[in-house]
Design a protein around this ligand. Structure first.
Ligand SMILES: NC(=O)c1ccc[n+]([C@@H]2O[C@H](COP(=O)([O-])OP(=O)(O)OC[C@H]3O[C@@H](n4cnc5c(N)ncnc54)[C@H](O)[C@@H]3O)[C@@H](O)[C@H]2O)c1
Ligand SMILES: O=C(O)CC[C@@H](O)C(=O)O
Length: 385
């Protein structure tokens, strides 16, 4: 029986996919697998027997990836599963900001009498502009960025974008009328709206700072549906104060920004739709089950994709190892010494890490094999039979 711990509320549409080989446990210390959304795992002790973590969502900055890799814990996410939900909220926010809707609605709610007359007399203070013909800059053209760019084009905006690492899939899906730039700094002065869709990593920390804010047009609207630390908040506050930034829309409000009038603060709702929560949960559950039962890896952020389907041999050996020379020779040599015949083998690498799945024609003593494979470069071994 595999034990699964959930650290956040995971859609029942996902959880109900677990077969009777699984039980949901309260105590994560006993878990073989962890399912989570945004809970911060950085200060959590990783359970002794933990094999996999599945993030029902895109961002994995709440998970200590390097520590997981060292311990042979495979970390999954669910690319694209919540992209449409975020796209819809980004478009809503662009429109809300263009028409000053948050201030206008808040003001209207303060009225107690003579409402129709007061409305007509004062409405001009909230007059906005149309987004048709305005320029939107999209920073990061992955699952969300591409959808936002294409939808903004459909609404009549001019869209320009920047992503130095764009995938072939994104390039294929992006509308050909979106202009791509080779440097972030080149798009900043051209935009009326700028939306950020990059992961939070060391090199995206404070990607938007005073220097870059100064390059932007006067009265630009900045949208951050990625992570708070991608912008330098002090610099954003100054830019709001000076009017350089007309609005700052953030899905990651902090103590400081929440009370600023021109900051539109949303309580991290980008992915919070029924559809998106179900998509993410289904994908996360399917991926973790396929890994625990078959050793297959799909959409891992630390280990390579590797899929040998369902094992039809006597057993399957799964080896997580460092991507260094002669690993495969060592592993197969140790199996040959035990007279174990290999019926199928797949070896894949990703950066410094590699993964090997080996289907074998005889049963094997897991503990004895693990001891034999306890050599430099091998991180973890599992026998599925
Ligand atoms: N608000 C929410 O609820 C919510 C929901 C989903 C995702 N997110 C955040 O949005 C981020 C993006 O999500 P996604 O699904 O589009 O991910 P994705 O991986 O599909 O796309 C990210 C894109 O950013 C690009 N990129 C990386 N570094 C860059 C840089 N320095 N400059 C420009 N582009 C860069 C990558 O090449 C990739 O194309 C997530 O990492 C997460 O932090 C937030
Ligand atoms: O789980 C959520 O609600 C948010 C997820 C989002 O931030 C993500 O990175 O996918």
């Amino acid at each position: 029986m595999y034990k699964i711990a959930t650290l956040n509320k995971i859609s029942s549409k996902g959880l109900e996919r677990f077969s009777d080989k699984y039980t949901i446990v309260e105590d994560s210390a006993a878990a073989d697998g962890i399912l989570l959304r945004s809970q911060d795992m950085h200060n959590m002790e990783l359970p002794e027997n933990l094999l996999a973590i599945a993030r029902a969502g895109a961002g994995v900055n709440n998970i200590p990836i390097e520590k997981c890799s060292e311990k042979g814990i495979v970390v999954f996410n669910t690319p694209g599963a919540n992209a449409n939900a975020v796209k819809e909220l980004v478009l809503t926010s662009i429109l809300m900001s263009a028409r000053n809707l948050n201030s206008a609605i808040a003001w209207t709610k303060t009225l107690t009498e003579n409402v129709p007359k007061t409305v007509e007399k004062n409405k001009s203070q909230f007059a906005g502009h149309e987004i048709k013909g305005k320029t939107l800059g999209v920073i990061g053209l992955g699952a969300i960025g591409v959808m936002v760019a294409n939808a903004a084009k459909d609404l009549g905006m001019d869209v320009i974008g920047f992503d130095p690492y764009m995938s072939v899939q994104s390039a294929h899906e992006l509308s050909s009328s979106v202009d791509l730039y080779e440097a972030l700094d080149l798009i900043l002065p051209k935009c009326d709206y700028i939306t950020i869709h990059v992961p939070f990593m060391e090199n995206t920390k404070e990607l938007i700072n005073e220097k870059r804010l100064n390059m932007m047009k006067e009265g630009v609207c900045l949208l951050n549906f990625s992570r708070d630390q991608i912008v330098n908040e002090e610099d954003v506050l100054k830019a709001l104060d000076s009017g350089k930034l007309r609005k700052y829309v953030t899905d990651f409000p902090t103590d400081k920004i929440v009370c600023v009038e021109d900051a539109i603060c949303i309580p991290h709702l980008g992915a919070s739709t029924e559809e998106s929560e179900e998509n993410c949960a289904r994908m996360a559950v399917d991926q973790i089950m396929d890994y625990l039962e078959n050793g297959n890896i799909t959409n891992s952020v630390n280990f390579p994709t590797c899929n040998l389907g369902v094992c039809t041999s006597m057993g399957r050996i799964a080896v997580l190892n460092q991507n260094i020379p002669s690993m495969l020779g060592k592993i197969t040599g140790i199996l040959a010494e035990r007279n174990i015949n290999i019926s199928d083998l797949l070896n894949r690498s990703k950066g410094d890490l590699a993964y090997t799945l080996i289907d074998i024609d005889s049963e094997v003593d897991e503990e004895e094999l693990k001891k034999a494979l306890n050599v430099k470069g091998i991180i973890a071994v599992r026998v599925i039979q």
